[in-house]
Unconditional design. Structure first.
Length: 412
């Protein structure tokens, strides 16, 4: 038996370890970011800050994560995964400990908006994409889809956990417990995870990486001169605008339509569960049926869900609510892994994390803008239908590059 054959099981285990590491650390990061909603009400009750003052923290968190995404990519390319991931976990743990002592609104913005934003970005999909592309080629889309599903899984695990802890102790004690837990995870990951082995990549791709480092790979400047770069940025940004215009106000919309709060919250939670499945499957579906076909089908499903929301505004039937949850939930989040996969495939090389980081920034900025527009349109019109129309228009513009840009239309 050749040495290569003997090494295959070990390489396979290492590749699975890389995928598991990306999934778990992304889950910790996004899960902690989403726990913000649990602390909102107890902090509001204690300090009396207005809802608009407090919700601005979430927009700050999204903006910070988007703006530093290019920097995260550059740091990953230059310093490697150990430094980036351990620093991200340390930021998250420190933010929780600092938040447990907050007494002023600016501290809430700094600790939970800015510091958590840094931590989530450093443990998110930018470093994950850069690391996975070193170990996966034929199944890269599937691997990225699985890693991306950690976003929904983090919310499913950490939000209920934080809520349970708050009900057992006060919010300050919960922040302290989460902070010490995250710092412990940072220490363990720094000492136990074989980061050097992960950073090397699969032996079959190392020669390719050395060749690219000698000047034959993509650079950020070169990528930004291509049409596909800006097409992917358009898809990422406008998809986020459309989705966050709707999803941020979904629970309140259901309650205003006549459903009970528990029904509205349960519907939102089930959508999150379904999105975990759809995100994890997005890579397989795109590899099986094609990127353009899968993306288009997902947009049709999301648009159908918004049309169902229109119908609910006229007839708040429970059957329509169920239909919305199923259709919208199975399509929510499918575009992110597909765009990430295309970026890492097309711009593969030693600067792929930097390039992906700049494109990913548009995703976060679109999310922040969509969240803002949903509230503005509601306040201006006194209802939700204008926001639904706006979201549908953004979806149409988001899917357009997959039909008008040859490099995306024919991407394999």
């Amino acid at each position: 038996m050749s040495q290569t054959s003997q090494d295959r099981p070990a390489l396979r285990r290492t590749a699975l370890g890389v995928l598991a590491c990306c999934f778990l650390l992304n889950m910790f990061g996004r899960g902690m970011g989403d726990t913000y909603i649990v602390f909102l009400l107890p902090i509001e009750r204690e300090f009396g800050w207005s809802r608009s003052e407090l919700t601005g923290v979430y927009a700050t968190y999204l903006l910070v994560g988007g703006l530093i995404a290019p920097l995260v990519g550059t740091l990953f390319d230059r310093l490697g995964p150990r430094w980036v991931y351990v620093s991200g976990l340390s930021f998250l743990g420190s933010a929780c400990l600092l938040a447990s002592h907050l007494s002023a609104l600016w501290q809430f913005y700094l600790y939970v908006g800015v510091v958590v934003g840094f931590g989530v970005a450093l443990t998110g999909m930018v470093p994950a994409s850069g690391l996975l592309t070193r170990w996966y080629r034929d199944r890269l889309s599937t691997a990225i889809g699985i890693a991306f599903s950690a976003v929904g899984m983090g919310a499913l695990i950490f939000v209920p956990l934080a809520q349970h802890l708050v009900s057992m102790m006060d919010w300050r004690g919960t922040y302290q417990l989460l902070g010490f837990g995250l710092l412990s995870v940072a220490l363990i990951s720094a000492l136990v995870v074989p980061w050097k082995r992960f950073a090397l990549g699969h032996p079959a791709y190392r020669g390719e990486s050395r060749t690219q480092k000698e000047g034959h790979g993509w650079t950020l400047r070169g990528a930004m001169k291509t049409r596909i770069y800006w097409a992917l940025a358009q898809v990422f940004a406008l998809t986020s605008v459309a989705m966050y215009t709707v999803t941020v106000q979904t629970v309140v919309y259901f309650i205003d339509s006549g459903f009970t709060p528990i029904t509205a919250a349960s519907a939102f939670g089930i959508i999150g569960m379904l999105s975990v499945c759809s995100v994890a499957m997005s890579g397989f579906l795109s590899e099986r049926f094609g990127f353009r076909q899968t993306v288009t089908a997902s947009f049709i499903g999301s648009a159908t869900g918004i049309f169902v929301l229109f119908a609910i505004s006229y007839q708040p039937w429970f059957a329509l609510l169920v239909l919305y949850v199923i259709v919208f939930g199975f399509c929510q989040g499918m575009r992110g892994p597909i765009v990430s996969s295309i970026v890492t495939r097309h711009f593969s090389g030693p600067r792929v994390a930097t390039i992906f980081g700049t494109i990913y920034a548009y995703n976060a900025l679109g999310a922040a803008f969509g969240s803002l527009m949903g509230g503005v349109l509601h306040d201006y019109t006194g209802g939700y239908r204008t926001g639904f129309i706006f979201a549908l228009c953004m979806m149409g513009l988001a899917v357009m590059p997959f039909w008008t840009v040859p490099a995306l239309r024919n991407f394999r």
